[in-house]
Write a protein that binds this ligand. Structure first.
Ligand SMILES: NC(=O)C1=CN([C@@H]2O[C@H](COP(=O)(O)OP(=O)(O)OC[C@H]3O[C@@H](n4cnc5c(N)ncnc54)[C@H](O)[C@@H]3O)[C@@H](O)[C@H]2O)[C@@H](O)CC1
Ligand SMILES: [K+]
Length: 479
């Protein structure tokens, strides 16, 4: 599991740890890790040209100390001081002693244009709002240069706690972050500014709370979560997933939801709705029932909404059952908030940004620029688990104390018609197999993202191919 903590939590953990250590020890740990990462990025330190963008806080301090280490190894290091009177005094002395030099923002164009490496030490977790004008000007110079850009702790100008960007931020090739990930490094739009992210251990794990604010599943977590049939399993023990989806107008949504469900661990798939012929033609193993969800027979989780059109009946009926319900697409619009809130079994909702915006009554851009806020708000309003699809898919449970999950496997190739229907069947199947809602939704997003990558393999792909790639993803994860 990859964990991220909010600024307030990081600061309090740092205070506790600092009280146990000699003064300045933490900053030296950070600077040593940062200098090592820079040396790796440069390959050859001796003779390289390094520019340090240095702000007035400790983020600038880390940067200057790392610059001093590189200067001692033969790099030519120039610090651009954004606020000369308030630069970290000891770190500046260390740089100058090691042979580094300083310059002003107005004279920075030439050193930046000639640099092999630029360190962004303008602001770290003390930053608020986008870059100020002098720093924003430096960011433009950096963008125009050929230098490799290493962000110190986080790319300056992003909101560390949310991944929002208000104004200008600096784009990095690599972010070297200290102690723990910051939520903004995992969540778009800021995530794309961070480049690849390297975590430096400064001993903070001992004082951070065990429960992070945001977390991201890794391969090993998936392997532990995926259901595996035992010797005595039968289809009911493995879970039967019910699909109440599709309409005469949109039979394909039902077929794709069934496709996702059949490849995701449930023992059987039961279908109710007007697309039964299309479903059976493609998947003869489907159990078809001609009554609604309530009387369809034994089911451990329902999927409803994909391709429903304007028919609210199956959605309302699925929500009235006492098993987990996956609510997607048209179902999101057709479901009554009070009915969802009143459920005793879990509900998982899977909107994309446009659907989430409609449910929240805001513009789509607002959801896309503040994804964490949007997913939390929806989960609270519906008292449900919400999976917000998109460039970084987020999953939030109804309880604020539960970490929000970020899916690390997404791919833009998944933005294809019907791909969401596959995800809904997949999630429903994991719910039927007995996974807790947050686990089912985040494992489904993970598998779906990887299946999208496998299916696309660098070329456009169709939703059916994504479903077909699921078994190989499953095998690779279990291996
Ligand atoms: N506290 C600790 O124990 C440690 C802190 N470390 C470093 O210290 C950083 C935090 O240091 P600080 O708390 O001093 O804060 P920062 O260095 O992140 O920034 C604070 C300064 O930046 C200015 N600023 C804020 N927003 C700005 C904006 N949008 N544009 C330009 N300037 C802006 C503020 O006026 C303030 O002077 C971490 O990110 C990390 O790099 C590390 O050395 C590890 C240990
Ligand atoms: K920074």
């Amino acid at each position: 599991m990859r964990s991220a903590h909010r600024v307030e939590t990081v600061r309090s953990a740092e205070r506790t740890l600092m009280a146990q250590l000699p003064p300045g020890a933490l900053m030296q740990r950070a600077a040593a890790g940062l200098a090592a990462a820079c040396a790796d990025a440069l390959r050859r330190v001796y003779g390289s040209r390094v520019v340090l963008l240095t702000g007035s806080g400790d983020n600038g301090g880390d940067t200057l100390y790392a610059g001093a280490r590189l200067a001692r190894r033969g790099a030519g290091v120039t610090a651009v001081l954004l606020n000369p009177d308030r630069t970290h005094p000891d770190a500046l002395k260390a740089l100058l002693r090691a042979g580094g030099t300083t310059t002003t923002p107005s004279a920075a164009a030439q050193p930046i244009a000639r640099a092999d490496l630029v360190l962004d030490g303008i602001v770290g977790i003390g930053g608020k709002g986008g870059l100020r004008p002098d720093a924003a000007h430096l960011a433009e110079l950096v963008t125009a240069s050929h230098a490799t850009v290493v962000a110190v702790d986080l790319p300056s100008g992003i909101e560390p706690d949310t991944g929002e960007i208000h104004g200008t931020a600096l784009r990095a090739d690599l972010t070297v972050t200290f102690g723990t990930h910051k939520p903004g490094l995992l969540i778009d739009p800021a995530r794309t500014y961070a480049g690849s992210v390297r975590l430096i251990d400064i001993g903070l794990a001992s004082t951070l709370p065990a429960t992070p604010d945001v977390e991201s599943l890794q391969h090993a977590d998936l392997a532990a979560l995926l259901p595996h049939p035992a010797a005595e399993s039968d289809k009911y023990r493995r879970g039967v997933v019910g699909i109440a989806a599709g309409s005469a107008r949109y039979p394909g949504a039902a077929v794709l939801a069934v496709a996702g469900a059949l490849r995701s661990g449930a023992g059987a798939v039961r279908y109710v709705g007007p697309a039964a012929d299309a479903v059976l033609a493609r998947f003869p193993e489907t159990l078809v029932s001609d009554s609604g969800p309530k009387k369809a027979g034994r089911v451990q989780a329902w999927v409803t909404g994909p391709g429903a059109g304007d028919d609210a009946a199956p959605v309302t009926e699925a929500l009235s059952t006492d098993v987990p319900v996956l609510l997607d697409a048209d179902g999101l619009r057709l479901a009554d908030v009070a009915a969802v809130r009143a459920r005793t079994a879990p509900t998982v909702m899977t909107p994309h940004a446009g659907e989430a915006a409609a449910l929240l009554g805001v513009a789509r851009e607002e959801v896309e620029s503040a994804r964490l806020t949007a997913v939390r708000e929806l989960a609270r309003r519906y008292d449900a688990t919400v999976l917000l699809k998109g460039s970084t898919t987020l999953i939030a449970g109804p309880d604020d104390a539960t970490p929000v999950r970020v899916n690390p496997t997404g791919t833009p190739w998944l933005a294809t018609a019907g791909s969401g229907d596959v995800l809904s069947g997949l999630t429903g199947s994991l719910l039927a197999a007995g996974l807790a809602p947050l686990d089912a939704a985040s494992a489904a997003a993970y598998l779906h993202g990887l299946a999208g990558r496998y299916a696309a393999n660098g070329a456009p792909t169709a939703a059916q191919d994504v479903a077909d790639a699921l078994p190989q993803v499953w095998r690779d994860i279990r291996a």
